[in-house]
Write a protein that binds this ligand. Structure first.
Ligand code: ADP
Ligand code: MG
Length: 695
């Protein structure tokens, strides 16, 4: 058997390969670009390109592509081969520095929310040397950022890099105040836990809804759902285990640190978690992971569903964004320290995050808002649509003590004087971890749990980094002016706790009582994408995002438009698919069963005095349901027609929320009822039990 250590990263042009294939001078120059962002000169780019090409061709690559993340959330690529004609009629393999550094995809069909129209007709991709190039399917992939010629971001990577830079800048100011001069850079790291479902491909093929929309639009609950909890962390079935092993291997070859795999709560649901990495790399790797997951599944005659809610009635899939801030000296700034100064610094970063989450609840909520994720958030499963922070009892008690100037109720019962006293040790509790909180402190990192399984992690991290950068900026502005630093620090932390503790909630987030309580506290409850998304254009959000150079105002507007467009298009496709399935598959099937049963009644009655109670009641009930389905389909068809008449994207999104989705629910509920009394052999596609327990 091959050793993992031998093939890990074998398809990646990583530091090892760079060192081995580049001259010392070129290597050092490239490293400076990677570490410090110094511009790369063309001779260096040429040398890197040549080495990359040699390496890639050696590994069997024939093409290269600039790989980027347009605002659709999926990745995009356009492949060019390395071939270049030689004078003698043959070809040579070529790849120049210019081709490495910059590409010009025909960008006209990527959504730009009006940006390109206003600014520039074409966009270009620019190499992101901080994320390694890699080979996949015979192509050299070059991670890039996608911009318009005037520098407007047309992708999710540019603003992510900008948000990391903003946080770096403000965090360095704070660290300086603590006398932390050695630190040269601060970065955020993310470990995204990825949930997914696996279904048998032959069954998948029979369901138009899964094919067209990634989720089931119809389906009654099977006799057994997830109530036994026997799947979670249960033993992995052989076919799934083979898939997971294959997947790990593919990911490892690409240098992705796939670490943990296990079954999730729902039947057929699983999870994969990598070891955390710098945020932009984690984002690239997560996109790649999602792609590879789907591709490898096909080899096993499986389909990997990344939709947030493939099945009604069982758990949906999310993505936990484990996030921390650390320095180039290896210090995790969200880790309680050993000395009074370290503790005070930790608390300042902690309250900065608390204030950020409170001030920018809407930005965090809308960063994960999609049609798919709306089925999870606030819909009777974790987490709710209301944002709150879980800190745990110990840390909450410390904050209480600081706020009220009362002794901390730890072992020594001492008054907490920041910068003087050592904080009591908190245990990194993993025992009573609150799993219902949207934003939980887990010892040395925060876990943002609202992301949907198919979301790019970029948006959430852009908004999170930006919001925290803003709070650190406010803090630094104040503290830099302070005469007595320790006193100012203490007052600032106290004041921040007082003003923002409403966002802290350590209880059960599923509980209806919490939603009422949250309303009392004035927290936002943005239930759907249509409710959440427009808030990105609120003045406070625009001011904050533009002041840190994360987005321009035009970029913000374009993003709002693109996200809403995604939302309405997604639901519209679902509605059209439902109509198609109802008219062409479900209603005819149910009608056939009812007709056959009715025929059986007449035949039976012609030869006997049988009462035919069962048949009669089935025929009656199904006939009613057929009419109900027909009427509901008619209403949905009308909604689809009216949808087209909406005058603005905002109106269209509200129409989808208020009219289209309820009409879909009505049709589904009638069809699901019919399913429970229709003979299985008549049902036109595989039911939930086959899908959920069929692998
Ligand atoms: P779980 O939440 O399932 O109990 P863990 O807490 O062990 O699992 O880790 C979940 C994810 O958090 C993993 O991807 C892990 O690499 C990541 N993680 C661990 N420490 C950090 C950190 N300091 N910063 C960011 N992510 C982290
Ligand atoms: Mg977790």
């Amino acid at each position: 058997m091959e050793k993992i250590t031998d093939f890990f990263g074998s398809m990646v042009f990583d530091d090892r390969i760079m060192k081995a294939t580049l001259s010392d001078k070129v290597y050092r120059s490239l490293k400076r670009t990677i570490d410090k962002g110094t511009p790369l000169d063309i001779s260096v780019a040429n040398a890197v390109a040549a080495a990359m090409k040699e390496w890639a061709v050696e590994k069997g690559a024939t093409h290269y592509t600039h790989w980027f993340q347009p605002m659709t959330g999926v990745t995009a690529e356009k492949h060019d081969s390395f071939i270049s004609p030689a004078p003698d009629g043959r070809v040579i393999m070529e790849f120049s520095g210019k081709e490495l550094v910059k590409g010009e995809p025909d960008a006209s069909s990527f959504p730009s929310g009006g940006l390109r129209a206003t600014f520039e007709a074409r966009g270009y991709t620019a190499w992101d040397p901080t994320s390694y190039a890699f080979i996949k399917d015979g192509t050299l992939y070059i991670p890039t950022a996608f911009c318009s010629y005037t520098g407007e971001a047309l992708d999710k990577k540019v603003p992510l890099l900008r948000s990391m830079a903003a946080l770096n800048k403000q965090a360095l100011r704070i660290l300086k105040l603590f006398g932390n001069d050695k630190v040269k850079s601060v970065k955020t790291s993310v470990g995204p836990e990825q949930e997914y479902f696996l279904v048998d491909r032959e069954m998948w093929k029979k369901r138009k809804d899964l094919i067209m929309t990634g989720r089931t639009l119809f389906g009654a609950m099977p006799p057994k759902g997830q109530e036994m909890d026997d799947h979670y962390f249960g033993s992995i079935k052989p076919r799934v285990a083979e898939y997971m092993a294959d997947l790990d291997k593919e990911l490892w070859k690409l240098g992705i640190l796939a670490k943990t795999k296990h079954n999730e709560v729902a039947p057929a649901q699983h999870e994969l978690a990598p070891i955390y990495d710098t945020t932009n790399i984690a984002a690239d790797h997560n996109q790649l992971t999602m792609e590879v997951m789907q591709k490898v599944a096909l080899r096993h005659n499986l389909v990997c569903l990344l939709h947030e809610k493939p099945f009604a009635g069982v758990n949906g899939s999310g993505k936990h964004n484990n996030w921390s801030i650390s320095t180039d000296q290896g210090e995790n700034l969200l880790s309680p320290g050993e000395t009074p100064a370290e503790n005070a610094q930790f608390l300042l970063f902690l309250v900065a995050v608390i204030k950020a989450v409170d001030d920018y609840q809407d930005l965090l909520r809308l960063s994960v808002a999609t049609a798919g994720n709306d089925h999870r958030l606030g819909a009777n499963e974790a987490p709710p649509a209301v944002i709150s922070i879980f800190l745990g009892d110990e840390l909450s008690a410390v904050l209480d003590a600081i706020e009220s100037d009362k002794p901390y109720g730890g072992t020594k019962k001492e008054k907490m004087q920041l910068g003087v006293d050592v904080l009591p040790k908190f245990s990194k509790d993993s025992t009573d971890r609150n799993r219902t909180s949207p934003f939980a402190f887990t010892g040395n990192k925060f876990e943002f749990r609202m992301l949907g399984s198919s979301n790019s992690i970029s948006c959430a991290n852009i908004h999170l980094n930006a919001a925290v950068a803003e709070e650190l900026k406010q803090f630094a502005d104040k503290l830099e002016k302070a005469k007595d630093f320790n006193k100012a620090l203490h007052d600032l932390i106290r004041k921040t706790i007082k003003e923002h503790k409403r966002i802290i909630f350590n209880g059960n987030g599923y509980d209806d009582a919490w939603i009422k309580e949250a309303e009392k506290r004035g927290l936002m409850n943005l239930k759907t994408t249509a409710d959440a998304m427009p808030h990105i254009c609120d003045k406070k959000n625009v001011d904050m995002l533009t002041s840190h150079g994360i987005f321009t105002e035009a970029e913000i507007q374009s993003r709002c438009e693109i996200m809403l467009e995604n939302y309405i298009k997604t639901v519209n496709i679902e509605a059209v698919t439902m109509v198609d399935m109802a008219r062409k598959e479900i209603i005819p099937a149910v009608a056939k069963f009812a007709a056959d049963t009715a025929f059986a009644v007449s035949v039976k009655k012609s030869v006997s005095k049988a009462a035919c109670k069962y048949e009669t009641s089935v025929v009656t009930e199904l006939s009613e349901l057929i009419d109900e389905m027909d009427a509901a389909t008619g209403k949905l068809e009308k909604a689809i027609a009216d949808f087209k008449k909406q005058s603005s994207i905002i109106k269209a999104s509200e129409f989808v929320r208020d009219t289209m989705l309820p009409a879909m629910d009505k049709l589904r509920s009638a069809a699901d009822k019919a399913e429970t009394i229709t003979a299985e052999t008549y049902w036109p596609f595989p039911a939930y039990d086959k899908l959920l327990f069929g692998v």
